[in-house]
Design a protein around this ligand. Structure first.
Ligand code: ATP
Ligand code: MG
Length: 356
């Protein structure tokens, strides 16, 4: 059977290019896990409309850019499946059924939702669709019935309702005993496995503002597409709070998160930590350049893998790839939706979806 490998589902919202936070938080794990798992990577282009309904052209451009970023990172279109959210109607349908199983107040209390409302300056003016994305994300995940969801720390609060709704569905419609261990839900007759979040090497990379998480929409990101000059400039602006080279520095500050995240040579990291903590004549500026060089080294092979898609026909190549992958993603998603509807007494016929 082709599907014997356990599955992974995770993804990104097309609200801009991918950045170093994505790399350490999720992309690095995706690249590593491609052989052991059957991988589905989702472009949440429908969810991009929750905050940018007035910017369809930007969402479309970012959708294509994100796929280029993935390929640049080493995600292999031959081994992994790209899922274009708007072309997988089963996701939107499952969202409705799952919405009935999640208490409204539970959705609104989600801490990530609250943080996003604050940091994205949405105030009281957010759309009805914005909190809906919490439910939509449960459907994104469960429609592929994955065991693992590689995400950054900020998304763990979104995986929890997904686990909860999967348990509820399995108990309510598949007769699974509520005492069942999470790992045994499918064995006990459930349709959905209870998926686990897998946090990356760095759970939450801080942005170049030194305060918030690095984020596409907060203007504090080093992008995977940045040049060495841009990286150096952005690193140079990182706030550390230290004023003099002979002043002992805090090795838990934002700069040292970058040192540990991107400088490979562990003995060099130790040396920098010791000198910095002692105020031993080592300036922030010098360390920032060293980090910028390490980041540039990480990004160099990504620039090479991206190059074939930078030409005039690059976007068309990506669009063709997305259409091809949509067929595979729909086959899997339709199968899950059919099984879910059958469990709910809604098996009125099978259907196929064609995107041409
Ligand atoms: P937006 O600002 O539009 O929300 P984002 O930068 O937060 O964008 P997402 O598309 O929401 O990016 O996140 C994609 C994945 O990358 C998620 O799994 C998320 O947890 C992870 N991620 C994003 N930013 C970071 C970060 N700074 N550190 C670690 N992981 C991150
Ligand atoms: Mg985000």
């Amino acid at each position: 059977m082709p599907d014997e490998k356990p599955r992974i589902l995770t993804g990104d919202t097309p609200t801009g290019n991918l950045h170093l936070g994505h790399w350490v938080g999720s992309l690095e794990n995706r690249v590593k896990l491609q052989d052991a798992y059957d991988c589905y990577f989702l472009i949440a282009n429908m969810h991009a409309f929750t905050t940018r309904a007035d910017k369809p052209a930007e969402i479309r451009a970012s959708t294509i850019e994100i796929v280029k970023d993935w390929i640049a990172c080493g995600i292999d279109p031959e081994r992994s499946t790209f899922v274009l959210q708007t072309e997988i109607p089963a996701i939107a349908e499952l969202t409705w059924y799952l919405a009935m199983l999640l208490p409204f107040n539970r959705v609104m209390r989600n801490p990530t939702l609250k943080t996003e409302l604050e940091t994205k300056g949405l105030g009281d003016n957010y759309s009805f669709g914005f909190p809906m994305y919490t439910v939509g994300q449960c459907a994104d995940i469960l429609i592929f019935r994955p065991e693992l969801v590689p995400v950054g720390e900020d998304q763990v609060a979104h995986i929890e309702p997904c686990r909860e709704v999967a348990r509820r569905f399995d108990q309510m419609y598949c007769g699974v005993d509520p005492q069942t261990e999470d790992a045994d839900y499918v064995k006990a007759g459930g349709l959905f496995p209870i998926p686990d979040a897998k946090i990356g090497r760095i759970a939450r990379l801080i942005g170049t503002d030194g305060v918030n998480k690095m984020s596409k929409s907060l203007n504090n990101a080093i992008y995977l597409t940045d040049t060495f000059k841009q990286i150096k400039k952005k690193m140079g602006g990182l706030y550390t709070g230290r004023s003099a080279m002979d002043e002992p520095g805090d090795i838990n500050n934002s700069l040292f998160q970058y040192v540990r995240a991107f400088i490979d040579d562990e003995s060099r990291v130790k040396e920098l930590e010791t000198k910095y903590a002692a105020g031993d004549n080592i300036g922030d500026g010098h360390i920032k350049v060293e980090v910028a060089e390490a980041i540039d080294k990480l990004l160099a092979p990504m620039r090479e893998r991206r190059a074939p898609y930078e030409g005039a026909d690059g976007d068309d190549k990506i669009l063709a790839l997305l259409r091809e992958h949509t067929a595979k993603a729909n086959a899997v998603a339709e199968e899950t939706l059919y099984e879910a509807k059958k469990a709910m007494g809604l098996d009125f016929g099978r259907r196929t979806i064609a995107v041409v």
